[in-house]
Structure formats: structure tokens, C-alpha cells
Design a protein around this ligand. Structure first.
Ligand code: SF4
Length: 375
């Protein structure tokens, strides 16, 4: 979610709108979508006002250098701000389902809140209806989306109805799939267009439950993963590379290879230095260069178990060369930066770079320009 400064038509309400160009109106206008015309000139504002007087009451205007056609925004005219909920030109898209969560992870990038935020589901459905060009992938995140129960399925169905070719990725701790009622409400007769991104931080309860700060979470997560297998749902297991997890990475990788071979892939992720991670720095701040042996060993175990794996959020200079081909450019466009050192680097194009908030947090390793090329 980004707040962008904008001059906004005073009559538009603070609701979800699609940004449109003035010359698109005649082809695109429908009565059930709210539009904001991106204007540059006074004459365009006058045209919008004329159209509205002619009965097109779902049209207003917005003026901003940082808003683009097909963005989906909530205008706040009085504050001269637009909240961008969907940036059409981004590579990665996601919608926030809730801020509430049943875990309390040491490195949570978006610390949970207790307030009732069920309006987020209504807003997400509105955003889905206002997206003009279907994204390749749309993520649903939280908090914990499974806390929504059947409302999560409503959102999934709404995405599939409006954007049938879009793949959906739900970031969930999976614990509530151990509840048969919730599992049925969300998974019954669900097609194969949804992937479930489920974190697992240990091969046993003492470590997983410690990392997610929730007793019983390990057993529930494993039960949830088995329910996903039962429903033939694709799962990406996520391992965030913080110190307590790196200590047992070998055991965890072997556990996955032995017991969870049905999963689609494993993502090994450098920690995002924000939120609770900053408060739990002693556990979360690591230099991945110091853990090279553990990372290489984990990759070997997954290869042997024939489980695809990838590294996310890990710049190439934080990984040994043998793992470069497994590294993925995963940081969302708006959070992604490179340093001055990166300008001298021969592999910048293939590198995930850094989270923009590494300045107030830390880098996953010392950033060091690479001179060779990727084989
Ligand atoms: S120097 Fe920058 S571009 Fe090069 S590998 Fe490191 S983070 Fe990536």
C-alpha cells in the first residue's frame, strides 16, 4: 500500500476507483465501476465535469505525477492523497486480507493487530472488480488469511470469476486447515489455480513453536499441510533464514525431504529487516555468508529428495556461486533497491537486490560487487 500525493476532484468519495485516461472512457465505461480520470490539463477537468453533469456520476478526476493508468486507488480528496491498492505496472501484486493473526513470529514483517478489520475483505473484492488487466499472479496476504474462514473462499472465487487466468497465491501459516470445518469451507472443490505459501521453521515443535511464538503451532501446521495434500493443493513451503532456523536447517531440510515430499517447492528466504525482526534482532540479523555451508547442504538435501527449491530476497553476493542459479528476484518492485556498490556489479540484472528498508535494518550480507558473469 502506497500513499501518493495527488490533487483530487472534491466530489469523489473515499472508495475504490480505477484510474483511466480521458480517451478510454467511451470504450471502457460501465456503471458498476468507479473511475478517476488522470488529468494533466484544465480542459480535461472540464470534460470530466461535463460528463458527470450528463449523468456519468461514477467519474471523477485525479492529478498526480505518481499515479498511472489502470492503478486501483482510494482517493482522499481532503488530504490530497491517493492510497494505491493495486499498481498495474508492478510485477508483484497482493491484497491484504486481514491484520489479525494467530501466530506471533519473531520476524513478522507486518505485526498483527487485534482490531476487527473485516472491511478489508469488502475492499479486496472491490479492488478485484476494479482491476482492468488481469495479473498473472495475485497474492493474498495478512495477518493470517485463514482466520477469515469462508470469506477467504469468497475472495478466491471472486478473483477466479473476474480474472480466470490469474494464479492466486495465499500466504498462510496453514494452522487452521487442521480445523476440518475451515478446511472444508475454503478447499472443497477448489481448482488448481491457488497455491498455498506456508512457512515451516523447524523439524520439531520446540523450534517451530518458538519462532512463531505459539505453542501447538507445529502440530497444527503439519496437520494443515496434510489436509492440503489431501485436497491436491500445490504448496510452497517457506523457510525464513534467521539464526534459530539456520541452526537446524539441516534437520529441517531432511524432515521435509522425508515427510513432506508432496510439496511443490521450498523457498529459502532472507529475512525482511522490518517489523518484529527489528525488535528481535539478536535472532533475525544474520550474515548469510557465515551460513554458506548450511545453505549448500540444504540445497543438496532438496536436490536428493527431488524437491525443487529456490532462494528469495537473497542478493547474489550473499550466496555462494554454486547457488546463484537457484536465486530468484522476489522483492516486490516498490520495496526493492540496489546500493551504489551494485552499480559496479556484473550480475545486477540477475540479482534480487535489497529491501529498501535495509538502511534502518541490515543487509543479508556485506554487499560486494561481483566481477564475473553467471554461467
Ligand atoms: S553487489 Fe548488488 S547487484 Fe551485485 S550481487 Fe550484491 S546486491 Fe546484487
Amino acid at each position: 500500500m502506497r500513499r501518493i500525493a495527488a490533487r483530487i476532484d472534491e466530489v469523489v468519495e473515499s472508495q475504490v476507483h480505477r484510474v483511466i485516461a480521458i480517451d478510454q472512457i467511451s470504450d471502457s465505461w460501465t456503471p458498476d465501476i468507479r473511475y478517476l480520470v488522470l488529468v494533466n490539463e484544465k480542459s480535461e477537468i472540464e470534460e470530466v465535469v461535463k460528463l458527470r453533469s450528463a449523468g456519468l456520476t461514477n467519474i471523477g478526476w485525479i492529478e498526480s505525477a505518481d499515479i498511472e493508468i489502470d492503478d486501483v486507488v482510494v482517493p482522499q480528496a481532503k488530504k490530497s492523497v491517493a492510497i494505491v491498492l493495486y499498481r498495474a505496472n508492478d510485477l508483484h501484486h497482493s491484497l491484504l486480507m486481514t491484520n489479525q493473526c494467530n501466530s506471533y513470529c519473531l520476524m513478522c514483517s507486518q505485526p498483527p493487530t487485534k482490531q476487527n478489520d473485516s472491511w478489508l475483505v469488502r475492499e479486496a473484492i472491490d479492488v478485484i472488480r476494479h482491476i482492468r488487466i488481469s495479473p498473472v499472479v495475485l497474492g493474498l496476504s495478512g495477518g493470517e488469511p485463514l482466520l477469515l474462514g469462508s470469506a477467504l473462499r469468497t475472495v478466491i472465487d471472486e478473483i477466479h470469476r473476474n480474472h480466470p487466468n490469474t494464479k492466486i497465491e495465499v500466504l498462510t501459516n496453514g494452522r487452521l486447515f487442521s480445523d476440518r470445518v475451515i478446511a472444508k469451507a475454503v478447499l472443497d472443490e477448489l481448482g488448481n489455480y491457488v497455491s498455498w505459501l506456508v512457512p515451516l521453521y523447524g523439524h520439531a515443535d520446540f523450534i517451530h513453536d518458538f519462532v512463531v511464538q505459539s505453542p501447538g503451532a507445529f502440530d497444527e501446521t503439519i496437520a494443515g499441510l496434510l489436509v492440503l495434500q489431501e485436497h491436491k493443493q500445490p504448496v510452497q513451503l517457506r523457510i525464513v533464514l534467521i539464526e534459530p532456523v539456520l541452526q537446524i536447517l539441516d534437520e529441517l531440510s531432511s524432515f521435509i525431504g522425508r515427510n513432506l515430499a508432496f510439496i511443490r517447492e521450498v523457498a529459502l528466504m532472507a529475512c525482511e529487516p522490518i517489523g518484529f525482526a527489528l525488535a528481535n534482532r539478536e535472532h533475525c540479523e544474520v550474515d548469510l555468508n557465515d551460513w554458506e555451508a548450511q545453505l549448500v547442504a540444504a540445497a543438496k538435501i532438496f536436490r536428493r529428495a527431488k524437491i525443487p527449491y529456490l532462494f528469495m530476497n537473497a542478493p547474489l553476493c550473499s550466496l555462494p556461486k554454486i547457488l546463484w542459479a537457484d536465486s530468484h528476484k522476489s522483492i516486490s518492485d516498490w520495496k526493492n533497491v540496489y546500493t551504489e556498490e551494485c552499480e559496479k556489479c556484473s550480475v545486477k540484472e540477475s540479482c534480487s537486490g535489497l529491501f529498501s528498508w535495509h538502511e534502518t535494518g541490515w543487509k543479508p550480507a556485506k554487499v560486494k560487487a561481483i566481477e564475473e558473469t553467471i554461467a
